[in-house]
Unconditional design. Structure first.
Length: 282
């Protein structure tokens, strides 16, 4: 029953999906007012408003053309973000030779490097640790440049979807906002979508390349359409009450409809003619 309800969760997100379609169109370099089309969309809103669901819908619509989806809370470090993109690229039959050669080179350098702190004074140890951290930053930047260069070299236009920004640890959030997103937005071939209860802060000139859309709750009309699409006749006149009780939050509405459908099915099964509860005497 869950799938039946999930299928209609975007019933009130036509505006956002249309904006995403315009942004990802190959020939949409300018909008209707003659301005250069933005390159990214950020979706913001509280828990349960449908950010992840909307982002996944965008991903599924563009998956055949080369889309990438990252569930950021499940990714522990920066280089894992890049590796996930690389693995998805291979799944999309996109070659990433520059990324692979860069990664191999750094791996070989790391294997040759051994730092022994046993006889090194603390001051020198601190300097070496700082140098190692700086080296990791440069390595990550090099890997990012190599990977994104490979992605845009493909004939398809990459669509990058980043979900759950607010759940990342602070170092990851800083890297996304200060490094990866600017790197993505510096390449006009790439379209970027980010979703979260909080969103990254970009610096100029990248702020003008992104539009933030705050997702509103579903209104009564959307709830009514959802009820009709599910074919729940008993609720056809209850859209207003349902919308008010659940605040128009898609996740809460989804749970309500799921439970209603399951309850109706159980009731029908329990009182089926000839069943144990049909009221007939034995």
């Amino acid at each position: 029953m869950r799938e039946s309800a999930d299928r209609h969760r975007h019933i009130d997100r036509a505006e956002q999906l249309e904006a995403a379609a315009r942004l990802t169109a190959r020939d949409a370099e300018r909008d209707g007012a003659g301005h250069r089309e933005r390159q990214g969309l950020f979706f913001e809103g509280p828990q349960g408003i449908g950010k992840s669901s909307l982002l996944w819908e965008i991903y599924e619509r563009h998956a055949p053309d080369g889309a990438y989806f990252l569930d950021l809370p499940r990714i522990p470090a920066e280089h894992h973000v890049l590796e996930s993109l690389a693995m998805q690229a291979r799944g999309n039959q996109v070659n990433v030779p520059s990324y692979e050669s860069t990664r191999t080179r750094f791996a070989e350098q790391s294997a040759r490097t051994h730092v022994d702190f046993d006889n090194v004074r603390m001051r020198n140890s601190t300097f070496q640790l700082l140098a190692a951290a700086q080296d990791r930053t440069l390595q990550t930047a090099s890997l990012s440049d190599a990977l994104l260069g490979n992605l845009v070299a493909d004939a398809r236009r990459p669509v990058i979807c980043l979900d759950g920004f607010e759940a990342c640890a602070q170092p990851m959030r800083d890297w996304l906002g200060r490094s990866l997103l600017p790197n993505l937005l510096s390449r006009r071939e790439i379209s970027v979508f980010v979703a979260g209860r909080q969103l990254p802060s970009l610096t100029r000139p990248y702020t003008s390349a992104v539009r933030t859309l705050v997702l509103p709750p579903f209104d009564v009309q959307a709830v009514q359409e959802w009820i009709e699409s599910l074919g729940i006749v008993s609720l056809k006149d209850e859209a207003t009450a349902i919308q008010q009780v659940h605040g128009g939050i898609p996740e809460l509405l989804d749970e309500f409809f799921k439970l209603h459908i399951e309850s109706a099915a159980e009731t029908a099964a329990g009182y089926a003619p000839g069943g144990p509860d049909d009221g007939r005497e034995g």
